[in-house]
Design a protein around this ligand. Structure first.
Ligand code: ADP
Length: 252
């Protein structure tokens, strides 16, 4: 027992060190860009309205990157601290898809990504914390923008599938990007793991997005699956249907 407890304390301490190192390193990049832009503005290095707008856009983009990373880090800390996933209510998968897409609309448009949405008829509701599940889908969509924008295509499908463990509502996100390399594939759900495409091309991130998605989906008694080829990646969230009797179901 003592050995197990000591080992657990050691790995927790290591996780905390990795956490602090990983996060502060990644936060520094957008912060530096914001500071340089602000400094140039302060020194009056802007000659016209067009240049001022460009600086404004740079600051805006990097500030949203920064707040995404902070959000992700906070969500990770909360789950790490064992906090519950909160109140579950019956939600339609369509609602989850529409809200996630609306929140990512600007990023998808900027990256010129064509979006296809297919929602099969008669999909049962799922019991979910809508905020957390929407964030999960947003993470998958944001990853397409970050790593697979070259494919300029994203498809979101909602279907009902029969698994050995029972019926599940499947929400899948497919892209036509470079896919995930075999070296990265076994690790992408590990905390702080960043694939080669992320690190090499300086795409912002702390390597917590997929860890969070997996943990949140599992806390909803669901699972996440990923298929990959050199023609793109396909992530699927599989959630158990709502257990309420149909007459008492009410979508949000
Ligand atoms: P982050 O984006 O902060 O690196 P994630 O946990 O969201 O963290 O992703 C882990 C890694 O998985 C990324 O660094 C990237 O290499 C890879 N990845 C995730 N989604 C995709 C995708 N759609 N296409 C290619 N690679 C991806």
């Amino acid at each position: 027992m003592l050995v197990v407890l000591t080992e657990r304390a050691r790995s927790l301490a290591q996780l905390q060190v990795d956490f602090a190192l990983g996060v502060s390193h990644e936060l520094r990049t957008p912060l530096t860009v914001i500071r340089v832009a602000a400094d140039n503005l302060k020194k009056g290095m802007v000659e016209n309205a067009g240049q001022a707008r460009t600086y404004g856009e740079i600051i805006d983009t990097h500030a949203s990157e920064l707040s995404n990373m902070i959000e992700e880090t906070l969500a990770f800390s909360r789950l790490q601290a064992g906090s519950l996933i909160g109140k579950l209510i019956p939600v339609s998968a369509e609602q989850i898809v529409r809200s996630s897409l609306a929140n990512c609309e600007a990023a998808l448009q900027n990256a010129r990504i064509e979006v296809e949405v297919h929602i099969a008829p008669d999909i049962p509701l799922v019991e979910a914390n809508i905020y957390l599940i929407t964030r999960c889908l947003q993470n998958l969509i944001q990853n397409v923008v970050k790593y697979a924008a070259a494919g300029q295509w994203l498809s979101i499908r909602v279907a009902k599938v029969a698994l050995p463990e029972g019926e599940r509502v499947q929400i899948s996100v497919e892209d036509r990007g470079p896919g995930i390399s075999p070296a990265d594939f076994p690790h992408i759900f590990e905390p702080f793991y960043r694939g080669r495409n992320g690190e090499a091309s300086q795409v912002p991130g702390v390597g917590l997005g997929l860890t969070l998605v997996k943990r949140v989906v599992e806390a909803h008694l669901g699972k996440i699956e990923v298929k990959c080829s050199d023609r793109g990646a396909l992530f699927s969230l599989l959630l158990p249907p709502c257990s309420f009797p149909p007459e008492s179901r009410k979508a949000v």
